[in-house]
Design a protein around this ligand. Structure first.
Ligand code: PRP
Length: 210
């Protein structure tokens, strides 16, 4: 087990794209390319084992050592601040965390601002930094509904293409931080499997668009 590189990939479109990068970087795994509902895939020849993990859980698997390395959005790193090494910006899965609200919305600063988000930590840090008093309403998804139904004044959420906002008559009011996928490593794995993890990092680096 210890000689293997255990990789947590975010399940979904980003994970499939990232797997292609890992494959080119010398860690192919034919089994993962077959359409199945399995979650663990091994290639003994390359000594690599992949897991499909819910994107927001990747950092937990890596932090606790269930995976040696993983790929996770910068949004998750900022939100949960896991104790992991951030090794490389893969410059894919790019989007941003932004404040959004009804088109034309202006915060007059008079009342406590009600902010719905699944990124409570990012939102708290942002509003602390500008000294704005807010009430955070933590939601788990479909955040855009909150201002539409009057549950909140604004939202702090991921904006990728902007389609969800547009189709719900919402607009970006303030950009908080740009986001992209990052290669992360477990701290003790990075000590004990440094050669293979650095090898992976260096090969991936060559594939990252400038
Ligand atoms: C994310 C995000 C936005 C949407 C943004 O939601 O929370 O709702 O994608 O993408 P767009 O700018 O390209 O429209 P996700 O699909 O992860 O689902 P969620 O509603 O469960 O958060």
């Amino acid at each position: 087990m210890s000689d293997w590189l255990n990789v947590a990939l975010p399940k979904g479109r980003l994970g499939e794209k990232v797997y292609e990068m890992f494959k080119k970087a010398g860690f192919p795994c034919p089994a993962i390319e077959e359409a199945t509902r399995k979650l663990v895939f091994e290639n003994p020849e390359a000594s690599v084992r992949y897991f499909w993990v819910k994107p927001s859980d990747v950092a937990i698997y890596v932090e606790r050592g269930a995976a040696d390395v993983g790929v996770v959005g910068k949004d998750i790193l900022l939100e949960y601040e896991p104790a992991v090494y951030e090794l490389l910006d893969l410059k894919t899965g790019t989007c941003r965390v932004a404040v959004a609200g009804p088109e034309g919305y202006r915060d007059d600063g008079r009342k406590t601002l009600r902010v719905a988000t699944k990124f409570s930590n990012i939102a708290r840090n942002y509003y602390d930094s500008i000294g704005r008093e807010v009430e955070l309403i933590h939601l788990n998804g479909s955040i855009e509904l909150a201002p539409i139904l009057g549950l909140s004044d604004v939202i702090v959420d991921i904006v990728e293409t902007g389609t969800t906002l547009r189709e719900n008559h919402l607009a970006v009011l303030e950009e908080i931080v740009p986001v992209s996928a990052r290669l992360i490593a477990n701290e003790s794995s990075y000590r004990f499997k440094r050669e293979s993890i650095d090898g992976l990092k260096n090969e991936l680096k060559k594939l990252v668009a400038d």
